[in-house]
Design a protein. Sequence first.
Length: 110
Amino acid sequence: MTDAERIKRARAFSDAMRTRRSCRAFAEEPVPREIIEAALTAAGSAPSGANRQPWHFSIVSSPEAKSAIRVAAEEEERAFTKAARAANGSRPCGRWARAPRSRFWKPRRG
């Protein structure tokens, strides 16, 4: 592969990554189990240190369990954010506190 082709691919990948968004609203329709299993197979085969794949996955289909997980996760996030702000004087924490703003960086809205 030529340098020009590698640069072209790197730019295309960078463009694709800039369009990635987190999803916090989900459709009500169930996802076929075969699709979920294929996604888990791909995720479980991702490289890891010493090829140990130390992760665990759970499939949750119960609406009640999903709701309980969401409530617990939001409580944990609030507690973490509060502690991080207290420790950092209400400044951002983590990698965003240290990261220089580049032409790609955009603040999150709402």
